[in-house]
Design a protein around this ligand. Structure first.
Ligand code: SAH
Ligand code: SF4
Ligand code: F3S
Length: 441
């Protein structure tokens, strides 16, 4: 009997990439591959990469660089790099040169070609590089090996048209292409049939969903369609761009019972100068107005955001505007980033790049402020009763279960592992900065 070939896959970056890895695994499974967490046991090692900041790129060079030894010991091993990194025109030649032991490079637009590319390597023994500049219409009907039986990501659109001046994503993911509402609803229905309770609809800017389609359906309509799928209990979505959030969508958030009370609304900065140079196309005032409208339609909604410090030209006064906005909104939590120059984006060429020490000092201040606010917002939950989707055993204390509330807060509580994948009710008894503690009701 021929032994089953094993693949080891490492995934960096956003949920889009996590979802793509599920497709990659589905394709490999069809090719007869099994999967292993141990790179030494693998016949195929694949890195699904991210290039949104320098850090994840550096890790890939480091980790894949170290595989050279393994490859020398095991010549039949195939090593591949896919995802956003090789999709950058200027990075690809660097990857090809610095990682000579990598056999396969493909990008974000041609995942479906993986089986064919692997066959080509086996047939010729030569390095295969296939990167397409544009994806065109989304490819439907690809297999997927889902990482959870009760929650799932559903990509509703690919690409981004916004070209925020710091961001590499539009260059590596191409222009916006929405999937048809029918294809999305079918996928959600089949997930529900398999027992999935929570779906997260994914796009770089879900608020512009459907603008490129013949049909009139916009994102608010799509939410309504997904809301009608029997078996689905919770609906989440990410990411929303503030400039494209419509009143119709805000009304749907309050109206559709399955749509969770959580909005991730990246603000990036609190200063109008900086927002303008970032090409975000909204002002601080407009952002605050949206927050107010959302909170009045959906009382108790949790708001989370992405914020960047050290954008070129960010002065002390600009940064003070970010701190004051954070204070004014009172986000439930925030992802905070140090601006990282990306080759080929306009911001890299802007004057007055902020020195590293200043960036660091600013991010510490921002994190300290946000932690204080997160703790306060969590403390306000103590005494309340919430619904929780149980996700698994806690990593820090395996006697505890961990799950998420509709408002996307992590809750830890004692309970039996049989509850994993179930919706339960929990009374909140204590609050920490990043989580709540409670007991089953
Ligand atoms: N499409 C989403 C998120 C894309 S990337 C949106 O528009 O919000 C996720 C986050 O990474 C961004 O919100 C931004 O805060 C951060 N980011 C993007 N490019 C970056 C860069 N060059 N340096 C630092 N952070 C960056
Ligand atoms: Fe990047 Fe802006 Fe598009 Fe988000 S909206 S992916 S930050 S260009
Ligand atoms: Fe990174 Fe690509 Fe996502 S650059 S953030 S993995 S779209």
């Amino acid at each position: 009997m021929v032994e089953q070939r094993l693949a080891h896959i490492r995934t960096f970056g956003c949920q889009m990439n996590e979802r793509d890895t599920e497709t990659i695994q589905g394709l490999l499974q069809q090719e007869g591959y099994g999967f292993t967490d141990n790179p030494e046991a693998a016949d195929l090692i694949l890195y699904n990469t991210c290039c949104v900041r320098e850090n994840p790129e550096r890790k890939v060079y480091g980790q894949v660089g170290m595989l050279q030894e393994l490859k020398a010991k095991k010549p039949g091993l195939i090593i591949g790099i896919c995802g956003c990194m090789p999709q950058q025109r200027e990075e690809l030649p660097v990857l090809l040169e610095r990682l000579p032991h990598v056999d396969l490079f493909f990008g974000t637009h041609n995942i479906y070609r993986l089986p064919e590319l692997l066959h080509r390597i086996c047939a010729t023994g030569e390095r295969v590089v296939e990167i397409l500049d544009e994806g065109g219409e989304p490819v439907e009907g690809l297999p997927a090996m889902r990482s959870s039986s009760f929650k799932a990501f559903v990509t509703i659109m690919h690409g981004c048209n916004n070209f925020c001046s710091y961001c590499i994503v539009p260059y590596v993911r191409g222009r916006e292409h929405s999937r048809s509402p029918q294809a999305i609803v079918e996928e959600v229905q089949s997930l529900a049939n398999g027992g999935v309770k929570e779906v997260t609809l994914l796009g770089q800017n879900v608020n512009s969903y459907g603008k490129d389609l013949q049909s009139d359906a916009d994102f608010a309509d799509l939410l309504e369609m997904v809301n009608q799928v029997p078996g689905i209990e919770w609906i989440r979505f990410t990411t929303s761009h503030p400039k494209d959030i419509s009143d119709k969508l805000i009304r749907q958030l309050g109206r559709l019972e399955k749509v969770c009370e959580h909005l991730h609304l990246p603000v990036q900065a609190g200063s109008n100068n900086v927002l303008q140079r970032m090409n975000r196309r909204y002002t601080r005032e407009y952002y605050l107005e949206i927050v107010e409208r959302v909170r009045s339609q959906v009382p108790g909604i949790s708001l989370t955001t992405d914020i960047m410090v050290g954008f070129p030209g960010e002065s002390d006064a600009d940064f003070a505007d970010t701190l004051s906005l954070v204070e004014e909104v009172g986000f439930d939590s925030a992802f905070t980033f140090i601006y990282s120059p990306r080759k080929g984006t306009p911001a890299t060429e802007m004057p007055d790049q902020v020195p590293e020490e200043v960036k660091k000092e600013r991010i510490y201040q921002l994190i300290e402020l946000q932690n204080k606010i997160s703790l306060e917002r969590n403390q306000a939950q103590v005494g309340s009763e919430v619904e929780v989707l149980v996700e698994g055993a806690s990593k820090s204390d395996t006697l505890l279960l961990t799950g998420k509330t509709r408002t996307s807060k992590t809750v830890l509580f004692p309970g039996s592992q049989d509850l994993i994948g179930q919706l339960v009710r929990v009374k909140i008894t204590a609050a920490q900065t990043w989580s709540l503690t409670g007991e089953l009701i």
